[in-house]
Design a protein around this ligand. Structure first.
Ligand code: BDP
Length: 673
């Protein structure tokens, strides 16, 4: 299996053939071609055929026996009369009831009916055939993905091959995989997708590309996934030929209104725009001394007549910060830029990254969430593992509402079979944040790898442990991930975490480490939180160990609540984390023969890579802080390794020694090829 069906394999559960009380026909109420409701019908045929080998027939109203009835609640009530639950179904929600061979799937809208059908099929594929009757409603109306695809077909921070949306500067002609991706997203109840990079290219707005966007939207529409795009703030000047992109200039306003009208003429149901402004070199309203709200409201004016939503990113900061300014702190930027603008955004949503810096292995939640009280906000999470091993390491975070996914043409979608559990969980958590991690994970395993008990137990254990494992052998105690910060965001390179303009600093020296973010002595970041939380972080005694170095600057010999010193915690965690990564290879190997060979081998290769790379991480980080602090490891593992034989020191026959780039402190910064 190549992984392309992901969790929609529709494989038979155990004892599938002995189920007698299945429905035998479908009645679809008011479906029009290409609508989500016609997708429902196809999906139910396909699913029940795959799961039970049974071909459904077309039923006729008002027959209710042995039938699946699908449609909107409204259409159902017209044909069959009122039902109590109808009042409880909210936008995109659905009512699902299944008892024996009688099934009702009724959405508030067609999209809701599609979600209900996927829910029903997911239950069948897991062998969950008990009678059920419930209404399911979304936690939030905006459940989007962000794809960071460039017009040339590359993907920023994408690890699964080139783009499925763009090639050579244009929207792709072949939209087969776009439709397949939309189907996957619909099955986890995602209703919108921004298809291009936040570092946006204005050529997306050419007539040819607007037409191409129409093609993408047409491919996604049957799945209820609305298309949206990222915009480059300077487009009126760089692409439109105006002398300015000042958001308060009427000509600029008119330009955006005109482009927006053109796009909506081709994509009448476009979800809206996503805007990254005044961040990492991107243009924005500050160029003209206008506020960020002035910038956002310009787009809101253009999109309002069409019902479009503007997602304006709070990821605004100057990437030329001067480290010698002890009070400078990138973690403060979002609140500093947005605090005076609360209530000044028109119909916009401010999209806030989970953490105040940038998708690190451990961060506190952004203080901006509690600062903006009169502004709609959305949380941005990363499904793609930019700072978390880039899909070669197993890491499973949990998620919310705008997820940066970055699928590619690789058949596994994300470049890793197991990383798909993150996408699955992201969608379902955007629908219902109260869902249990393990329950979701096990549903995903049954759907993706089958029902074998050992398979379920082993993969559950590997994935539940994966985040703490990665954290253990990368950056501990809130010091950030410690990847190479300047370029790759991949292997270990703590030396790059200071003296850089990007503001991602550890402030490590011979004696001490950590960013002092207190109000009393540091950058004041702790004070950006609401008082209850601010007190916890301001005070070193109440700051949890896992965020200690995020908020405080301490000696390496400072004792944690666990009783260990900071440096010993570093050493031990790196050994523990790397050891767990070695175990994962054994754990995965024990599944041989229990899952298909293609996926078994593919994952095994990744687990072996991770196990090796975890050792590089362990030794790089430990060696780096040992060299700096010269404090010995209590267990005698870190420092000189007289017993170790370095490959690059041997006489090499057919191999060459080379300096690893970017720099790795492990193994004398050398490797052989
Ligand atoms: C950084 C990424 C960069 C993105 C940026 C963003 O390294 O590629 O463009 O975030 O989110 O973490 O805008």
């Amino acid at each position: 299996e190549d992984g392309s069906p992901a969790w929609l394999r529709y494989a038979p559960p155990p004892h599938a053939s002995s189920h007698s009380s299945l429905p035998s026909s479908i009645i679809t109420l008011n479906s029009t071609r290409g609508s989500p409701l016609s997708t429902v019908q196809q999906e139910l045929y396909r699913g029940i055929q795959g799961i039970f080998g049974k071909t459904l027939s077309q039923g006729n109203p008002p027959n209710q026996h042995g039938t699946i009835i699908v449609g909107t609640a409204q259409a159902y009530q017209k044909s069959y009369g009122e039902f109590d639950e109808a009042k409880k179904i909210e936008e995109d929600g659905y009512f699902l009831s299944s008892e024996g061979n009688q099934v009702l799937i009724l959405g508030q809208n067609e999209r809701g009916a599609l979600y209900g059908a996927f829910d029903y099929l997911s239950r069948l594929a897991q062998g969950k055939l008990d009678a059920i009757s419930y209404v399911s409603n979304p936690h939030a109306p905006i459940r989007w993905t962000n794809e960071w695809d460039n017009m040339d077909g590359s993907i920023e921070r994408g690890y699964a091959g080139p783009s499925i949306f763009f090639e050579n500067g244009f929207v792709t002609n072949n939209v087969t995989r776009v439709a397949e991706y939309a189907r996957l997203l619909a099955s986890i109840r995602i209703n919108g997708m921004i298809v291009n990079n936040v570092n946006a290219n204005a050529t997306l707005l050419s007539p040819r590309n607007i037409n191409g966007l129409g093609r993408l939207a047409d491919a996604m529409r049957p799945y209820g996934v609305q298309l949206g795009i990222s915009l480059n703030f300077a487009s009126p000047q760089t692409f439109g030929g105006l002398g300015t992109f000042d958001p308060l200039d009427p000509a600029v306003d008119a330009w955006w209104a005109n482009i927006t009208n053109q796009i909506y003429a081709r994509v009448p149901d476009m979800a809206g725009y996503l805007v990254k402004a005044n961040s990492e070199g991107q243009p924005g309203p500050l160029t003209y001394n206008r506020t960020l709200a002035d910038g956002a409201n310009m787009f809101a004016r253009a999109a309002k007549p069409h019902g479009g939503i503007i997602m304006f990113r709070a990821f605004v900061y100057d990437n030329h910060i001067n480290e010698s300014n002890w009070k400078a702190d990138r973690a403060n930027a979002a609140v500093e830029f947005f605090q005076d603008l609360d209530g000044k955004f028109d119909d916009n949503v401010v999209q806030i990254k989970y953490g105040p810096i940038d998708f690190q292995v451990r961060e506190p939640a952004s203080p901006l969430f509690s600062t903006l009280r009169d502004t709609s906000t959305a949380i941005e999470l990363q499904v793609t593992q930019e700072y978390l091993g880039q899909q070669t390491h197993l890491v499973r975070p949990l998620g919310g509402l705008a997820g940066v996914v970055n699928v590619g043409t690789n058949m596994t979608w994300l470049g890793s079979h197991l990383a798909m559990s993150n996408l699955y969980a992201y969608g379902l958590l955007a629908w219902d944040p109260a869902l249990g991690a393990e329950e979701m994970l096990q549903d995903w395993i049954r759907l993706t790898f089958g029902h074998n008990k050992k398979v379920i137990e082993t993969i559950t254990d590997m994935l539940i442990k994966s985040w703490p494992t990665y954290e253990n052998y990368t950056g501990n105690l809130g010091i950030q991930t410690l990847t190479d910060i300047l370029y790759t965001h991949f292997g270990p390179n703590p030396a790059t975490m200071d003296n850089n303009g990007w503001g991602q600093w550890t402030r490590a020296d011979k004696f001490s480490i950590g960013m002092d973010r207190t109000v009393k002595n540091g950058t004041g970041n702790a004070g950006q939180y609401c008082p209850e939380v601010a007190n916890v972080y301001e005070n070193i005694e109440t700051t949890p160990d896992k965020l200690l170095l995020w908020f405080h600057h301490v000696n390496y010999t400072y004792r944690l609540k666990s009783g260990k010193t900071v440096i010993q915690h570093f050493y031990d965690s790196h050994y523990n984390g790397a050891a767990t990564a070695q175990d994962s290879v054994k754990q995965w190997s024990s599944l041989e023969g229990r899952i298909d060979n293609e996926r078994f081998e593919d994952v095994l290769l990744r687990q072996k890579f991770q196990a090796g790379h975890a050792l590089v991480w362990r030794d790089s980080i430990n060696q780096f802080y040992y060299n700096l602090s010269e404090i010995k490891d209590d267990a005698g593992r870190v420092g000189d390794h007289p017993y170790r034989i370095e490959a690059e020191d041997r006489t090499l026959d057919g191999y060459k020694s080379y300096s690893v780039n970017p720099f790795h402190a492990a193994s004398g910064a050398k490797a052989i090829v």
